[in-house]
Design a protein around this ligand. Structure first.
Ligand SMILES: Cc1cc2nc3c(=O)[nH]c(=O)nc-3n(C[C@H](O)[C@H](O)[C@H](O)COP(=O)(O)O)c2cc1C
Length: 341
């Protein structure tokens, strides 16, 4: 029997963790991560070949996506009853090595861990109106606590002026992206038609509403706004936009981006565990001038990393993932420098 048909317990454990990690959200479902394992260590690498050149020239959102995958990995280890021991950027000479995760001491799993872990497979991005049910105040507090535990602030924009300002900034950013061919071309590269069976990108099934149907403009994955007849939505639901939220960090370093990703996923899973979904509106953070204006909505000194809206939904589409074998190469060999920035 070959080693592959009878993998070692370490490889089997690594595959179990990576299966959870890849369920993380990522910009345009680009899944810009790679994993490697050796004995009791799991390594998370950034795969810069999957970075989006127009939306994400500095790799900030790539790093946030990898941070979300890292949180899933930690959560899966915790669910098995072990404390993960995590070191971010463990090797200064290999900056695309984002984290080293090792199995720590036994620790009984908690109801919170169980709730988040159970939400891993249900959580998906929502693009469209929410129901009219609001997000209850105790849940907003719980989400903020989860973000804080990762060193990140969750800022809920509840007053009308702040909501209007954010809405204008998202519209301005989205209008710019629709005008510039580079952004449109990049979006098309990751947009997948109905019934497509690729393991990455955003399927049309996940974009069933017009991108302009709520107060925060969405990305136009299906090209509706490029077709004259449907340039404007037939119906809009600004009152069903949901709770607008910004995640912020005290600095804007690679470490902050990785932390923002872990906080993002922790917040999303907690929301999903309580029956709430999120829509993402990252466009204004992709232009320095608009990001500076979003910053004025956050507490002084904080840097905005994610713009989300939260609410209840009746139904949501699934998105595909690449297989574990594609991201944890056979035997867990470390990726070469070619995968670096
Ligand atoms: C850093 C980051 C930025 C994102 N920005 C957007 C966005 O602006 N618009 C959008 O519709 N989805 C956005 N998403 C969501 C991804 O498109 C989504 O996670 C991906 O398609 C996988 O689908 P899932 O979340 O349903 O599993 C973003 C996700 C991440 C991690």
């Amino acid at each position: 029997m070959t080693a592959e048909r009878n993998p070692s317990p370490h490889i089997r454990a690594a595959r179990h963790l990576v299966r959870a990690a890849v369920l993380a959200p990522s910009l345009h479902n680009s899944q810009p991560w790679l994993f490697a394992c050796s004995d009791s260590t799991l390594l998370l690498y950034a795969d810069y070949r999957r970075r989006l050149q127009f939306c994400d020239p500095y790799g900030r959102q790539l790093m946030i996506s990898c941070g979300a995958a890292l949180f899933n990995l930690r959560l899966a280890m915790r669910r098995l009853g072990f404390r993960p021991v995590v070191r971010l950027f463990p090797d200064p000479g290999t900056p695309w090595l984002l984290a080293r995760v090792q199995w720590g001491a036994y620790a009984r799993t908690t109801p919170d861990v169980a709730l988040l872990h159970q939400a891993l497979r249900h959580r998906h991005t929502h693009r469209g109106p929410f129901t009219s049910a609001g997000v209850p105040a105790p849940l907003i507090e719980a989400l903020a606590r989860h973000a804080r535990a990762e060193g990140v602030q969750l800022v809920a924009l509840e007053d009308t002026t702040a909501r209007r300002r954010l809405s204008r900034l998202v519209h301005e950013a989205e209008a710019r992206e629709r005008r510039v061919p580079g952004f449109g071309g990049e979006l098309l590269q990751w947009a997948r038609p109905f019934g497509n069976d690729r393991g990455d990108g955003v399927p049309a099934e996940a974009c069933m509403f017009h991108p302009d149907c709520v107060a925060l403009a969405g990305r136009d994955f299906t090209g509706l706004t490029r077709r004259r007849a449907t340039a404007r939505p037939r119906e809009t639901w600004p009152a069903r936009t949901g709770l607008m939220v910004v995640l912020t960090t005290p600095h804007d370093t690679h470490q902050d981006w990785l932390r923002a990703g872990q906080a993002l996923q922790r917040v999303l899973l907690c929301a999903a565990g309580h029956g709430f979904a999120a829509g993402f509106h990252s466009q204004p953070l992709e232009f320095a001038d608009l990001r500076a204006l979003v910053r004025t909505l956050a507490p002084s000194g904080q840097h905005p990393q994610m713009v989300l809206r939260l609410g209840r939904i009746g139904w949501q589409a699934r998105t595909p993932r690449r297989s574990v074998a594609e991201v944890l190469p056979h035997g867990g060999v470390a990726p070469a420098e070619g995968h670096a920035a």
